[in-house]
Design a protein around this ligand. Structure first.
Ligand SMILES: [Zn+2]
Ligand SMILES: [Zn+2]
Length: 577
């Protein structure tokens, strides 16, 4: 045998081993789940039979229940057979894969509609079938499925990344829903933050599916078919503006999609900027040059199929702008007075001359933003201006903001002393309030990645802190929260988060499902993650501050922030003047 032949043999053997590893694990998993299903069915059957004998259910109801169970049982058997068949044929499949054979190497179907539904809603319909090119790509290239957070990667991280890819592969083979994927990731990474695991699950699944599609398009191109790749986003209000604008963009396979200074090869591309990737629910589709495709699209707001159109056309047809283009920074700077300030001292003077801050007989709280650059100082003034304009009642309730340099390593932009009259301090370090451009860039990334709420801007950093101040004020004044019967101190936020989230869930079936499936604590974390921001999942106080920032800054506050705002107005009316 020649060298080439021997090399191919080795390669086929390695591929075969990988297929066996992956599918043996899947087989054991499916077997265990099936046994669990059978055990539960037998127990339930005894209960149902008893109920039938006692006349609690009719024969017809019993039969219907049995038929449903039989159907589910068949699904499990089909899954097991599919996996067993792959194992049986592992050798020939590996050979086909090595030869880049174009035929469907795995016996599997693509059921994109089911996946797209789940993909769009981001939750639990349970898709069963998978696309074989996804699995081929995962097994052949063991790709990284998530973007790196950190510039340097450690051995530990490599190991983690490999494990995440492995779990994603299993989830796809076994047809699991996103919440199951998140649980798998939590297990291998040891993380207890389910909200962030859900982000990783969604991001990883998007990457795996779209990389599989890219792989298949390359195969087709290799066969001489002329085609382009096309970006398709989810038609709802959760799509970030870059991806809404990208919708319908076509590119040659080897060229990146381009938007707002970013480049990205496909939805979920782990080498793209993380803010372009996390939580993405977009899809890659192929567009054959000679036969332009007419895709059926899915309106994720009305929950029904519609004819092909781009995201922006869809928005127009709805008469509403769901995904705002680039948020204009420094919105409140229209205020001539703040805008006209030429130095930080002038900003200080302006803030101190308006009677905005706390004054007692022997004490006047004074704003001092020395150390900030001019635009940063203006942003602080603008944030207060916006809040006091909306709630004049708050004038005189808080201490004035100050620039307070801390160590160079301190990553905090700004903070608020809740129980000390809402004193807000901003960090004037070279990467912080000494460099407004940098702050804006960082903050914009944080909004895109879902870390901060949609529709907020860098100005909202201070608005967020004022939110904390109000949370503390409501408790201090006994409007909501304060010292409990047990002598503990509770902020307004600890009660308010529950009230507001549950109220919105009543009107929003997707959020309600999060509470139903995941239970109180995890459901809350997921709902806050998806409807407010990832940072808001930290605790009720951060939830309050993030909601406040969105309510004040966003031109179009979403359901939770809007409901929060209504409630807050009521509470503030109870404040004594
Ligand atoms: Zn996207
Ligand atoms: Zn905070």
């Amino acid at each position: 045998m020649d060298q080439g032949g021997r090399w191919t043999d080795m390669y086929v053997m390695r591929l075969e081993k990988r297929i066996r590893d992956v599918y043996t694990e899947a087989e054991a998993d499916i077997e265990a789940k099936m046994m669990d299903f059978n055990r539960r069915r037998n127990i339930k059957d005894k209960i149902k039979l008893q109920e039938l004998r006692e006349g609690k259910i009719t024969q017809e109801e019993y039969n219907r229940w049995r038929a449903g169970q039989a159907f589910q049982g068949k699904q499990w058997i089909a899954k097991r057979e599919q996996v067993a068949e792959v194992l049986y044929n592992a050798n020939s499949i590996a050979a086909k894969m090595a030869n880049e054979q174009k035929a469907n190497v795995f016996i599997a179907n693509a059921n994109y509609q089911a996946y797209a539904l789940e993909h769009g809603a981001g939750i639990n319909f349970g898709f069963n079938l998978y696309d074989s090119s996804t699995v081929v790509n995962l097994i052949k290239s063991d790709p990284q499925v998530l973007p790196f957070y950190k510039p340097k990667k450690s051995k530990d991280m490599d190991w983690n990344m490999h494990n995440i890819t492995r779990q994603i592969t299993q989830s796809i083979i076994q047809g699991e829903s996103l919440d199951k994927v998140a649980k798998r990731l939590a297990k291998v990474t040891g993380s207890r933050n389910m909200a962030s695991m859900l982000t990783n699950a969604r991001t990883g699944m998007t990457m795996a599916q779209n990389a599989g599609r890219e792989y298949r398009l390359k195969e087709a191109q290799g066969m001489g078919i002329k085609l382009h790749k096309e970006w398709m986003s989810t038609l709802d209000e959760r799509t970030r503006w870059q991806h809404a604008d990208l919708d319908g963009q076509k590119q040659p396979l080897n060229k990146p999609f381009r938007i707002g200074g970013y480049e990205i090869m496909f939805p979920g591309d782990p080498t793209a900027h993380p803010s372009m990737v996390y939580n993405c629910r977009c899809t890659l589709v192929g567009d054959i040059d000679d036969y332009p495709a007419e895709y059926e699209r899915y309106d994720n707001i009305d929950g029904k199929p519609i004819k092909a159109m781009t995201y922006r056309e869809w928005e127009k047809a709805k008469g509403k702008q769901y995904s705002k283009s680039r948020v204009a920074p420094l919105t409140a700077f229209n205020q001539v007075t703040i805008g006209a300030c030429k130095t930080v001292e002038e900003v200080n003077k302006l803030l101190n001359s308006a009677g905005l801050f706390r004054t007692t007989i022997n004490f006047t709280s004074t704003a001092d933003l020395t150390g900030c650059d001019l635009d940063s100082a203006k942003s602080v003034a603008a944030a207060y201006e916006q809040v006091f304009a909306k709630f004049p009642k708050l004038k005189g309730k808080f201490d004035a903001p100050n620039a307070h340099p801390v160590g160079m390593n301190d990553n905090t932009y700004a903070w608020c002393y809740l129980r000390q009259n809402g004193l807000v301090q901003v960090n004037p370090g070279p990467e912080r309030y000494g460099n407004w451009r940098r702050i804006m860039e960082h903050y914009e990334h944080d909004v895109l990645s879902g870390w901060h709420p949609r529709g907020t801007t860098a100005e909202s950093i201070v608005t967020h802190e004022i939110g904390h101040a109000i949370d503390g004020l409501l408790a201090r004044e006994g409007v909501l929260g304060g010292i409990t019967a047990k002598g503990e101190y509770r902020y307004a936020s600890s009660t308010m988060r529950n009230t507001i989230m549950k109220r919105v869930a009543k009107r929003d079936p997707v959020m309600q499902q999060m509470f139903d499936i995941w239970g109180g604590k995890e459901g809350m974390s997921m709902a806050v993650h998806d409807y407010v921001s990832e940072y808001a999942t930290k605790n009720p106080q951060e939830w309050f501050a993030e909601c406040f920032a969105e309510y004040i800054t966003s031109a179009n506050p979403r359901a939770v922030a809007a409901e929060f705002g209504k409630e807050l107005e009521k509470l503030l009316n109870k404040l004594e003047d």
